[in-house]
Design a protein around this ligand. Structure first.
Ligand SMILES: Nc1ncnc2c1ncn2[C@@H]1O[C@H](COP(=O)(O)OP(=O)(O)OP(=O)(O)O)[C@@H](O)[C@H]1O
Ligand SMILES: [Mg+2]
Ligand SMILES: [Mg+2]
Length: 485
């Protein structure tokens, strides 16, 4: 029998706000243990939560980016459980009235090769709700330590429908989701810092069956690659169980990304009853149109929409757009360059960014934010090359100088006297010398071997100390050779 996999992902994303979700103490990663706490975080008697509107703004934005319906009214519920990561013995979350309903995540599957755009698909979402993150426990041989710095950090839970078909699709889903959240400034989604965390629910069923199989939930998937590997491993495991005549039991498993193995944590029988009920300390939230419209205006263009626009409007190849677009600052830099250079020069501007700017940045250990190169510099250098003022070899040199000094390319050309040799008499003499100096190439060319012309170009370039305009050299050589025929 043939089986197919069905996957649903629950993704937790920490929202990047200045303060925590229900109190004014700051949030962050890497601070001394228990330094980001206050009476509300520690649930001291008499404290009450106060809603942080910035966290609501962020989740509404996320919902708008992902085409969700934003509920007119949503409310807060207590998820009750007893564990030291939550000093209140409950977590404030949203149960039956989440803020975002439905929606979808556009994903791109791997193409036939790196240069080819892969298939795009929409993965439907069930909901997105907002809750507070909990504290972190560290277990040692004889004791366990609790750090409440993370407790109360606003946390979105993005729940997909069971509609992801493979480990590759799950990988693409998380990549797309992360790019989108970073684009909108909602979260940095650094999985190593726990800013994005994912649980994967996996079942298999005979192909053609509509009813879902029994799901297994994988936890502790702390990188996007581990999610992919963990899912692939789990699908194989379930197939093997069924093939051997066994049954899948509903359980939660822990996946060890390093070892590539998983083990059962708990089965359905141990499932919690969270006794959800509305939190009496918090009012429901009503989101009106004006609020939604304010945030819609702040939402950036979706990355895949931008990529399609770059390809159709600017005629930039897919491979280049897939480097430019995932980095919002880089794509803004590109568009600023195009705005100066003109739309018809977009491809050249993009090439300077991809081939030269990125190379120089990585060699210098810098990021785009540090660079002295401006979008106008790129437009300048494209213009210099197009006008034949400098050839592309010299342009590389000029760019490197602009990169280190921040001087405009035309200023560098001026200062270093790098203008292409336009003295045609001198150029013509160099060409004559080159032809005279290579008898064989001359006979070959005159005998019809087109490529033999290249044999003269090296000596001409050398004579001009690299400054000759290659187009002009080519033209002059052809004219002189034609005269000899
Ligand atoms: N049979 C199934 N096979 C694969 N995925 C499933 C199946 N049934 C449900 N899912 C997925 O499992 C996830 C369920 O998440 P949800 O938060 O609704 O419930 P939960 O996991 O029971 O709750 P908790 O938040 O406490 O983990 C969804 O992403 C859903 O698409
Ligand atoms: Mg859940
Ligand atoms: Mg779950």
């Amino acid at each position: 029998m043939n089986y197919e996999a069905v996957i649903g992902l629950e993704v937790h994303v920490q929202v990047k706000t200045a303060s925590k979700i229900f109190t004014r103490v700051g949030q962050g990663y890497g601070h001394p243990e228990n330094s980001l706490t206050d009476p509300v975080v520690l649930a001291l008697p008499g404290t009450l939560p106060v809603m942080n509107k910035a966290a609501l703004d962020a989740i509404i934005k996320a919902g708008l980016m992902l085409h969700c319906d934003i509920a007119e009214v949503c409310k807060w519920d207590r998820k009750n459980y007893f564990y030291p990561d939550s000093p209140k013995n409950y977590q404030i979350s949203q149960y039956d009235q989440p803020i975002c309903i439905g929606g979808e995540v556009e994903i791109e599957l791997p193409g036939a090769s790196r240069n080819v755009m892969g298939e795009h698909k929409q993965i439907p979402l069930t909901r997105i709700h907002l809750e507070e993150d909990v504290g972190k426990l560290s277990h040692f041989a004889n004791d366990s330590l609790v750090d409440y710095n993370r407790a109360g950090t606003p946390l979105m839970e993005i729940v997909s429908e069971p509609a992801i078909a493979s480990a590759e699709e799950a990988y693409a889903y998380l990549t797309a989701l992360r790019t989108m959240m970073v684009y909108a400034g909602i979260s940095d989604c650094d999985m190593e810092k726990g800013q994005m965390r994912c649980d994967a629910n996996i079942s298999i069923r005979p192909v053609g069956q509509t009813e879902l199989g029994v799901k297994v939930e994988l936890k502790n998937l702390n990188s996007i690659s581990y999610v992919r590997d963990g899912i692939a491993h789990e699908i194989k495991r379930q197939m093997a169980v069924l093939k051997a005549g066994g049954v899948i039991v509903q359980e939660t498993r822990d996946y060890d990304g390093v070892a590539g193995t998983s083990q059962s944590l708990r089965t359905k029988e141990d499932a919690h009853d969270y006794r959800y009920f509305p939190d009496p300390d918090l009012m429901p939230v009503r989101v009106d149109d004006a609020w939604k419209q304010r945030l819609a205006a702040e939402c950036p263009e979706r990355p895949f929409d931008k990529q399609r626009r770059f390809m159709t409007d600017y005629d930039v190849p897919y491979t280049i757009t897939s480097v430019l677009v995932p980095d919002r600052a880089l794509s803004d830099f590109f568009e600023a360059g195009v705005a100066v250079a003109g739309k018809d020069k977009a491809k050249q501007v993009a090439n300077w960014i991809i081939n030269d700017l990125l190379r120089e940045l990585s060699a210098a250990g810098q990021t785009l934010a540090d660079t002295k190169v401006t979008p106008a510099h790129l437009a300048d250098i494209v213009k210099l090359v197009d006008a034949g003022t400098i050839n592309s070899n010299i342009a590389r040199e000029v760019f490197a100088e602009t990169f280190t000094t921040g001087d405009a390319p035309s200023a560098v050309v001026e200062r270093k006297g790098l203008k292409a040799e336009t003295n045609t008499d001198e150029l013509e003499q160099w060409c004559r010398d080159a032809i005279a100096g290579n008898e064989k190439a001359r006979t070959d060319f005159l005998g019809g071997k087109e490529s033999a012309i290249n044999g003269f170009k090296g000596p001409v370039m050398k004579a001009s100390r690299g400054k000759a305009n290659p187009k002009l050299v080519d033209e002059t050589l052809r004219r002189l050779l034609a005269e000899m025929q």
